[in-house]
Write a protein that binds this ligand. Structure first.
Ligand SMILES: Cc1cc2nc3c(=O)[nH]c(=O)nc-3n(C[C@H](O)[C@H](O)[C@H](O)COP(=O)(O)OP(=O)(O)OC[C@H]3O[C@@H](n4cnc5c(N)ncnc54)[C@H](O)[C@@H]3O)c2cc1C
Ligand code: SF4
Length: 585
């Protein structure tokens, strides 16, 4: 794989900021159109196989997989009750991590919270500043959106419709499926369109019991639609097919790259075209503007190691730093021409910020499976997905939009249910007896996009590189809390209907941000007064500026966003390349 030298005296066809799902996809599409591209990534290129070590047994790890004692990862209470610098004792730790950076495997992938501060309302902001960003450790649930989401306003009158329909994006979902690989089963649901699936994983006994019971209620439980290749990808030499080694949930990532990650899925193949130059350790701090044309002219960035400042020129700037970081960068890019930040004449940058509410769920025991021999269920990239069933054909009296559940059951390396009382032989027998009978699920619901939920720049606090920090003004509203109450009730109801013994029902709503599904800070729309981007994720104000990550979403839907981020980005980059050829940029 060639790694061409960065040439700061040249003008690249395109500058891409960020190397996660969005930036990786932009690099793949633009380089395959023959554009000369420079990709700036704030973080390091980590030796990711040495981080994830999915074949390492827990007893071979000095800390049994936990964080080394000199590091601390934030807990629910620290996010929710305590304020930065958080709980007593945390000031003594050398590194402070988000709640996801809580293992020896993810600690270097997640940022040091002290180097990357943020302020304002409670928010569990999970960031991965390294090549590939969060795709190194994402949960891999790869779902499509439908016109129930794109045209949600037509159904319930709330918010705005997207400027596209499912038919516009469907061919691009197909391309993403085929280029990156996805496992799953066709269900023919109008609200959760099928992908072009590779061989699915199997459901286990308790999951099948739940599925059958749900069918009687007209609800659908399907195999986890994992952004994982089960059959391999002949066109990609950097990825392997899934060997079902079962370490996904234990290590948070896949070191043979069966699960999609942006470096092996997109960036290394893009580098093989000879058209991509990658510069890691490059923190973009401002998009510069040509005062004569009003167009973006380049990017100022700081080398994260030397702290030296550079400027690089590009004919087009493609922002893909992730929803919140992209908004931050647009707001940071103030100039005489754009005093509120580039692309922000609508004053909508940072606003309409939305995500998924999480927390309510249920744990139970399939009584018929107690005492049955253990089965080998450790070896799947995920369990099941229970699709949205609210506000489809009928209208719920208390809230609009919907939610789905992610869940699983079966015998995994670390058995569930070890909290039972007792010790010694009796305790072990009790755990073994119930081993394959535990089943649990938790909900993800749509948080409505609201103008008053927003982020801006903190006037005082800066990060390690001197860049103003992001400040949150964001809270769940009434619709979300009513939806969460319903999640809890339906979870319990569905487990009872399946004949499971209920062990625990949770109505605790997790801190804002917990879902790590951020969207909406530079939404698309047809009206330049109420949106930031057009349907091709192109700035209404600055025609050679594109923002191709979750920022562009108009609403959050309840489906996980990454597959849609990549399908939209592919569509936008095809358009960009076409416009460039026509001389329109
Ligand atoms: C534990 C976990 C589980 C998840 N599970 C799922 C799931 O099951 N399904 C799903 O759809 N999604 C899931 N997600 C979310 C998914 O990872 C994101 O939607 C996806 O990675 C977003 O892609 P992105 O390119 O916008 O951002 P990222 O992947 O975060 O990449 C952004 C990149 O930009 C870089 N960057 C940021 N600021 C700058 C700057 N100023 N200059 C230069 N570079 C910069 C960052 O370092 C990073 O590498 C999960 C995430 C996590 C962490
Ligand atoms: S189960 Fe498959 S995708 Fe998950 S870590 Fe193992 S090989 Fe990778």
């Amino acid at each position: 794989m060639a790694d061409p030298e960065v040439n700061l005296s040249t003008t690249y066809d395109a500058l891409i900021i960020g190397s996660g799902a969005a930036g990786g996809m932009a690099a793949h599409v633009l380089t395959s159109h023959g554009l000369k591209v420079l990709l700036l990534e704030a973080g390091k290129k980590l030796p990711i196989e040495q981080e994830l070590r999915s074949m390492e047994w827990p007893y071979d790890n000095k800390y049994r997989g936990h964080l080394p004692p000199d590091q601390h990862s934030l807990t629910f209470n620290e996010y929710t009750i305590r304020r930065p610098p958080y709980g007593p004792g945390s000031e003594k730790s050398k590194h402070l991590r988000s709640y996801v950076g809580n293992s020896d495997y993810t600690k270097n992938i997640c940022v040091d919270e002290r180097e990357n501060p943020y302020t304002g309302t409670n928010y569990a902001w999970v960031r991965a500043r390294c090549l590939g960003g969060k795709t190194n450790i994402w949960g891999r649930l790869a779902l499509r959106l439908s016109d129930y989401d794109f045209k949600a306003k037509d159904r319930d009158g709330y918010g705005e419709n997207w400027p596209i329909s499912y038919s516009d994006i469907a061919p691009y979902y197909d391309k993403v499926d085929q280029y990156l690989g996805i496992m799953g089963v066709k269900e023919n649901l109008p609200h959760l369109p099928d992908s072009i699936f590779q061989r699915p994983q199997r459901l286990n006994c308790a999951e099948v019991m739940l599925k059958q019971s749900l069918q009687k209620m007209g609800r659908t439980l399907t195999q986890y639609r994992a952004g994982v290749t089960s059959e391999g990808l002949a066109h990609n030499k950097y990825r392997s097919r899934c060997y079902g080694r079962g370490a996904c949930s234990r290590k948070g990532g896949c070191d043979i790259h069966a699960a999609f990650d942006s470096p092996t899925g997109l960036i290394y193949p893009a580098m093989d075209t000879g058209n991509l130059t990658l510069r890691t350790n490059s923190v973009a701090r401002e998009i510069t503007v040509d005062p004569n044309t009003g167009k973006a002219s380049g990017v100022h960035f700081v080398d994260s190691q030397t702290m030296k400042d550079y400027h690089v020129r590009g004919k087009v700037v493609v922002v893909a730093a992730s929803t919140l970081e992209s908004a931050r960068l647009l707001l940071l890019s103030k100039s005489h021409t754009y005093p509120n930040g580039i692309g922000n004449s609508s004053e909508h940058v940072g606003h309409n910020f939305c995500e998924h509410i999480m927390g309510p769920g249920v744990a139970g025991r399939a009584k018929d499976l107690v005492g049955k021999p253990s089965t080998l269920d450790d070896g799947r990239p995920g369990g099941f997905y229970l699709t949205r069933f609210r506000n489809l054909s009928e209208k719920h009296p208390n809230f609009i939009r919907g939610y789905g559940f992610e869940g699983g059951s079966g015998c995994e390396m670390f058995p569930s249910g070890t909290q039972v009382p007792g010790f010694g032989q009796g305790f072990k027998e009790e755990v073994r007896k119930n081993y394959g009978a535990y089943i649990g699920m938790g909900a993800f619901g749509e948080v409505l996009a609201r103008y008053e939920n927003y982020v801006d720049l903190d006037p005082v606090v800066k990060d390690k590189w001197g860049v103003p920090a992001l400040r949150f003004h964001y809270k769940f509203g009434e619709n979300e809390h009513k939806m969460a109450a319903d999640m809890k009730e339906t979870a319990q109801e569905m487990f009872e209907a399946a004949g499971f013994a209920i062990l625990h029902v949770s109505d605790r709503v997790l801190t804002e941000g917990w879902s790590i599904h951020e969207m909406g800070t530079a939404r698309m729309g047809n009206d330049a007064k109420t949106s930031v981007l057009n349907q091709f994720e192109q700035s209404h104000d600055v025609k050679n500026l594109f923002v191709v990550d979750g920022s562009a979403f108009v609403n959050a839907s309840c489906q996980n966003p990454t597959w849609t981020i990549m399908a939209l980005c592919w569509r936008s980059c095809d358009y960009l390349a076409d416009e460039m050829k026509k001389g329109n940029l």
